[in-house]
Design a protein around this ligand. Structure first.
Ligand code: SF4
Ligand code: ZN
Length: 419
């Protein structure tokens, strides 16, 4: 695992050895994303004659134009062409950005999709790092790791706000289409789930299990994506898991999954539930889009997304929650999940489902408004969207409880969340 790939023409050292390396405050030169600016990643298939292999375009200023402490918007747009290439492979390549950029010494990458975060240290700047080097790395590694399915890779890096905003709008529409490909499938429909162990370099015991109704907690891999990833690389991080005997249909536990997780976590995790955050929830790693937490006084739960930096009623901000939860352990009372998963039908079903949701940041609520409203309609709770409190109502349980009572939030009349 410690091999350094030497044939990548960038001024910084490169290889898996640098993956877990952090860029801390004092060493930070400049950064993109992380709630300060927009940072978005998109991989799209192109026609063979549309792109030029190895071409890396930087549209906008480079890091040499920035001062220490600056922030900048960043769009990483990769176009891929190949006779064997299919649009289904786009999310798999896109998700590689995380570890590949982390392989660059003195550069740190967190997150994915439209919540990526790139931190560049002083050491990288001294060595002569350019934003273009991200493109050099992606081109070289895509060929190395995915040569079987692609022939050409062209990368455009955008650092002008208008370009990044435009890319982000387009990317969000793409993410939505990808997410909804599993919309009509249920966990009962399939005999096979998929594992994802892509994040084990950061969270060694962490094993995501991805089912049609439980999209990976980073939001970047759903069941279809894992299936495609397995087709591309049968010995890779996404392995089929035979569900086997169902141990608990309400909490979502299967013997086949437990056996797999036990092995893949090297004995650290013996079992977990797909549909509960209260009882033995799935393990969480640091790249989750959201973290849900119990709010016992409100008899419900809250969730907070990475892009919300404020306080929350559970007493912890997202970053604190991610620090506590993100090491790959199963933490009863908390669970990492994707944004899309919130409105998937099995979301914390074993704890009462989305009926329990009493607080969400406004930005997240608005992002999935349509889907929350649909949930309300389908479940006989008209006006459900407005019953969910946000930071404008309050950021403590005491502050939001009167609001929930006034609105008649369904969580208040449910059985106690802790049994
Ligand atoms: Fe895979 Fe889970 Fe990491 Fe997403 S969070 S890349 S699904 S291990
Ligand atoms: Zn992760």
């Amino acid at each position: 695992l410690k091999t350094i790939v030497s044939d990548i023409d960038i001024p910084c050292a490169f290889g898996p050895a640098y993956e877990g390396e952090r860029v801390r405050g004092a060493d930070l030169h400049c950064q993109a994303g992380g709630g300060k600016t927009q940072c978005t990643e998109l991989v799209k298939m192109a026609e063979m004659n549309e792109i030029e292999d190895g071409k890396v375009i930087l549209d906008g200023p480079d890091v040499t134009d920035l001062k220490k402490g600056d922030t900048f918007p960043l769009g990483i747009y990769v176009q891929v062409a190949g006779r064997e290439f299919q649009p289904d492979f786009e999310p798999i390549l896109e998700r590689q950005t995380h570890h590949l950029v982390n392989y660059i010494q003195s550069i740190m990458h967190i997150g994915q999709r439209d919540i990526a975060w790139v931190r560049i240290s002083d050491a990288a700047i001294e060595k002569g790092f350019s934003i273009k080097d991200i493109g050099v790395v992606l081109h070289a590694k895509y060929h190395q790791d995915f040569g079987k399915i692609l022939d050409k890779v062209q990368v455009t890096l955008m650092t002008n706000k208008e370009d990044v905003d435009k890319l982000t709008a387009r990317a969000r529409a793409e993410y939505k289409t990808r997410d909804e490909r599993v919309e009509k499938m249920t966990d009962e429909d399939v005999e096979v789930f998929y594992s994802c162990t892509l994040c084990q370099s950061f969270a060694p015991n962490h094993v995501c299990s991805v089912s049609p109704e439980r999209t990976g907690l980073c939001g970047a891999y759903n069941w279809m994506d894992c299936k495609a990833s397995y087709e591309i690389n049968p010995t890779g991080p996404n392995q089929p898991i035979e569900k086997g005997e169902c141990i608990d249909p309400v909490l979502g536990q299967w013997k086949g999954v437990n056996d797999f997780v036990y092995k893949a976590s090297r004995g650290a995790v013996t079992h977990y539930n797909f549909y509960s955050m209260v009882i033995d929830p799935m393990t969480t790693c640091g790249c989750c889009e959201c973290i849900a937490a119990m709010l016992p006084s409100c008899n419900g739960v809250m969730t907070v997304n990475r892009d919300y930096a404020g306080e929350t009623p559970c007493g912890m901000k997202f970053t604190t929650l991610a620090g506590v939860m993100g090491g790959g352990a199963s933490s009863p009372g908390f669970v990492g999940h994707s944004k899309f998963n919130i409105t998937q039908k099995k979301f914390i079903k074993g704890d009462g489902g989305l009926h329990r949701m009493v607080w969400m940041p406004k930005i997240l609520k608005e992002e999935i408004k349509e889907r929350i409203e649909r949930y309300g309609e389908e479940n006989g709770i008209p006006g459900f969207y407005d019953m969910i409190a946000d930071e404008t109502v309050g950021i403590t349980e005491e502050e939001i409880l009167p609001y929930l009572q006034e609105k008649g939030h369904p969580a208040l009349s449910m059985p106690p969340i802790i049994g």
